[in-house]
Each structure stands twice: as C-alpha cells, then as structure tokens.
Design a protein around this ligand. Structure first.
Ligand code: ADP
Length: 476
C-alpha cells in the first residue's frame, strides 16, 4: 500500500514538473534538466535507489520528448543533445546510487546503534543482580523489555528449568524440544514461530537456550545477547559461591574465635570460684572475714560468668540476625531517662549532666535495644572514670540523624586501641588487668546500631576522657 502511494506520488511529481515547465514557465532545457536531477536525488535520498532509477529513466524520456528539439518526438536532432541526455541519465543514476548508499549506511548505523543500546541496557540490568534465582527470573523480562521482544523464554538444561517473560511465547515449546534447541551451534530461526533460538553456553558446554519472539536483530547481536546472558548467570553463580564460602569461613572463624575467647574468659572466673570453694571446703580453720571474702569472690565471679555467657549468646544471636528489632519513633529524651532509671544503682552518687534540646526530632529505634546501648556506655563511663568525675549525656540533630553522646573524664583510650574496642572480647591493654569486664559491651552496641542503620564511634584522649557517640536515623 505504502509502495503504491509512493510510486503514484513520484509519478505525479514528475508530471507536475513537466507540465509546469512545458506550459506555464518557459525555461531553457538546462534548467529543466537540473530540476529533474534535483527531483531524482531527493527521491533517492528519501525512498531509495529503486524509485530513483525508474523515475530517472522516465524523466529522461520526458526530457527528450518535451524539451529537447525536435520537441514532441523521441528523436534528437542535435548530436550535442544526445550528449546532454546521456549526461543527465548518467548523473541521475550515479547520484541516486550514491545518495541511496549513504541512506543505507545511515540506516545501518542507526540499526547498529540501536543494537548497541540494547546490549548496553541489557548488560547494565543483568550485571546488577547478584542473586542467581532473582537473575534467572528477570532475564526473560529484561530481554523482552530492553530489546522490545514480544515473548522470551529462558531454558536451562540443568534441571530442565524454564523461565518466561510476562507475555509467553505464541507457540509453546516442551522441554525435549528446548533440550534439542540448546544443542544448536548458533542462532537459528524457528520454523513455526516468528522467533529464533539463541543457544547459551558455559565455556563450550551447552547451558541452555533463549527463545526470542518478535525481535528483529542481527544474528551477531542475538549471539552477543546469548553471551551476555551466559556471562551474567556465570557471574552471579560465582559471586554466590564466593559469598557462601566467605560466610562459611567467617562463620567458622567466628565460632573458633568465640570458642577461644569464651574458654579463655571463662577460665579466669572459674579458677577463682574453684579456688575459693576449695579453700572454704578445706578443714583448716578460717576467720569469719576470710570466709566472707571467699564467698564474695564466688558471688562476684559467678555474676561475671553469668554475664559473659549471656553476652556471648546475645552477640551470637545478633550476628546471625536471629533477633528481631522493631524500630518505632522514639524521643531521645525518653530513651535517655529510661536508661538512667535502669542504671540508677550503678550511677549512685555520680553527677550525670544531661543536655538534650527540647525540639529534637524523634528517632527510629527499638527502645529496649537502644536503652541497652545507652546502659553499656553509661556502665563503661562509670567503670573507666574516677567516681568523683561527672558523666555528660548530650544529643543533637546531624543531617538526617540524631547523634547521642556519652562523655566521661576518665582514663581515656589509647589511639591504637580505639579502632579495636568495638571488636568482640577486645579490652584495652591499660585496663585489662585492673577493671573487670567481658569486652563484649561495645561489640553488642555496634551490632545493635548496625541493625538500626546507625553508627557508633569514639573520640578519646588518654588521661583526659572519652566521648562515645552513636547516631540513629530520624523517624519518618
Ligand atoms: P568491657 O567494658 O566489658 O571490657 P566493652 O566492650 O564495653 O567491654 O569495652 C571494651 C573496651 O573498651 C574496654 O575494655 C575498655 O578498654 C574500653 N572502653 C570502653 N569504654 C571506655 C571508656 N569510657 N573509657 C575508657 N575505656 C573504655
């Protein structure tokens, strides 16, 4: 239909030129020839060589008949006019071919550009996903939406797995047919449907096949799409394997570190308890004060043991994300006051200065867990600063977060230790011997804040004191 319309309008335009120059404006034959040449050239540029060649022969005939003397016949009197006629025919055919070639090349470049855009878009989408199951589900949809295919099916030989785009193939294929298509050496058009099969390979081994319907791309591009799909699957599989083995290794490492540390940490209180109990049980007579001292040791050391076991368990649960946090909008002032109440006995006799602005926005926090962080920090501040020194609690809005600080004027932390005190069981060298502790409080606090998408950090000067600051996201 389009072809017919084009032919009729091209012929109508030729007739219009001839009539205009023949009956309305009288010009010399050169002007007519140039106008016709221009007309042929524009035809070649717009609609291609086919139109230009046929119309240039028709134009030559019209030129000869209507404009070259003797007018009204196909004979040419002057031999010079023969020359002019052939020059016209030659130029128009040659120029048409040239402009048609440029047109084809432009079309080619546009097609190549579109194909490159499809490949680029697809590679960006496919290489983003690192989870194999998710990737396999999105491949057909991505190929369909980025490439503009009407239906896409991905078949993997391993486990005969089939993944389809939201619009399924018009002619369904069963597993045995797909297994056969996966063995094809290269892109092959399918007979029953307007699509083609793109084999996927893992190295030289067939991995599966991609069936694409309603996508007109060159075989090279389809082959490249097949390569891209194979690479993205292989990449996701490799990444998953690495993550799994790293997680396993980290798990093993963690287990052995925990075990080492727990055994080591348990041994000290157990030794003290055992020694005190043995002495109490011995028949040697003992003063009442000594007896009381030994009982106090047993009491304190069993508390420490208890705490160590409880904290190790809590840490392990936080590590494996077994604990569910339910953050809700919380006022920082309330959190601080509730923690101060909980630490009332521990802080007895301490001067605690709280500075919290009145209009501080709420934070998104699990109240119980953040109170635990605050209690840990308050406990450390009391443990690692002289009892006569005050403790400062302050809070301020920092961008999209609220930062809460607990500061003391205590022994401070050596710069070398500052980076390590958030690790499990790590205790600074300066206080390891003389202050009792487990080295788990800050590790637990950090895990709690990470679960809240928050942060915790320390600034400290040995001998002057420490400031622990944690930040929580604002409530929406
Ligand atoms: P614990 O206090 O039970 O040892 P934490 O994990 O709470 O365990 O703290 C780890 C280490 O960080 C402590 O052993 C101590 O060396 C150091 N630390 C924590 N808070 C302070 C503080 N406010 N001042 C000085 N050192 C501190």
């Amino acid at each position: 239909m389009v072809g017919l319309a084009r032919w009729s309008s091209a012929i109508a335009a030729l007739v219009a030129i001839v009539i205009t120059y023949r009956h309305w404006t009288h010009v010399n034959p050169t002007t007519v020839a140039l106008t016709l040449l221009l007309f042929i050239l524009s035809l070649a540029a717009k609609w291609g060589l086919r139109f230009a060649v046929v119309l240039s022969i028709a134009a030559t005939a019209c030129y000869n008949f209507f404009f070259l003397p003797p007018v009204g016949t196909f004979t040419i009197a002057d031999p010079q006019n023969w020359l002019a006629l052939f020059a016209f025919l030659g130029t128009s055919v040659l120029a048409s071919r040239l402009s048609a070639r440029i047109r084809e090349e432009a079309l080619d470049a546009r097609t190549r550009q579109r194909e490159l855009e499809i490949l680029y878009g697809l590679s960006r989408e496919l290489l983003q996903t690192e989870n194999v199951a998710e990737l396999l589900n999105v491949i057909p949809d991505q190929v369909a939406s980025v490439g503009g295919a009407s239906g896409v099916l991905l078949f993997l030989t391993e486990g005969d797995r089939i993944y389809q785009s939201p619009n399924p193939l018009r002619v369904p294929l069963d597993s045995s047919q797909l297994r056969g298509l996966a063995q094809l050496p290269s892109v092959t058009p399918l007979r029953d449907q307007a699509g083609c099969a793109v084999p996927l390979r893992a190295g030289v081994r067939p991995r599966g096949v991609l069936i694409v319907e309603g996508l007109t791309l060159s075989d090279d591009t389809l082959e490249a799409i097949g390569g891209l799909v194979s690479i993205s699957i292989a990449r996701a599989q490799a990444l998953e394997a690495v993550t799994r083995s790293e997680a396993a290794k980290a798990g093993d490492r963690l287990r052995s570190v925990m075990l080492d540390s727990i055994t080591h940490e348990l041994r000290t209180p157990l030794t003290s308890i055992k020694a005190s109990a043995t002495m109490l049980l011995s028949s040697t007579p003992m003063a009442e004060t000594d007896r009381l001292e030994l009982l106090t040791v047993i009491d304190e050391e069993s508390d420490r043991l208890n705490r160590l076991v409880a904290q190790s368990l809590e840490m392990a649960q936080l590590d494996t994300q077994e604990i569910h946090m339910g953050p809700t909008p919380q006022s920082v002032g309330d959190l601080v006051h509730r923690s101060l109440e909980a630490c009332h006995d521990m802080l007895a006799g301490r001067d605690v200065k709280v500075t919290i602005p009145e209009r501080l926005p709420q934070v998104e926090a699990d109240s119980a867990w953040i109170q635990k962080v605050l209690s840990n920090l308050l406990e450390n501040a009391t443990k690692y600063s002289p009892s006569g020194q005050p403790i400062f609690i302050s809070a301020e809005k920092r961008g999209e977060q609220v930062a809460v600080s607990v500061a003391d004027r205590g022994i401070g932390i050596d710069p070398l230790d500052q980076a390590l005190i958030f690790d499990k069981f790590y205790r600074a060298r300066s206080n390891r011997q003389n202050v009792s502790g487990t080295g788990m409080g800050l590790a637990i606090s950090r895990a709690i804040l990470e679960a809240h998408h928050g942060t915790i950090e320390v600034t400290s000067q040995p001998g002057l004191g420490s400031v622990f600051t944690f930040a929580l996201p604002l409530a929406p």
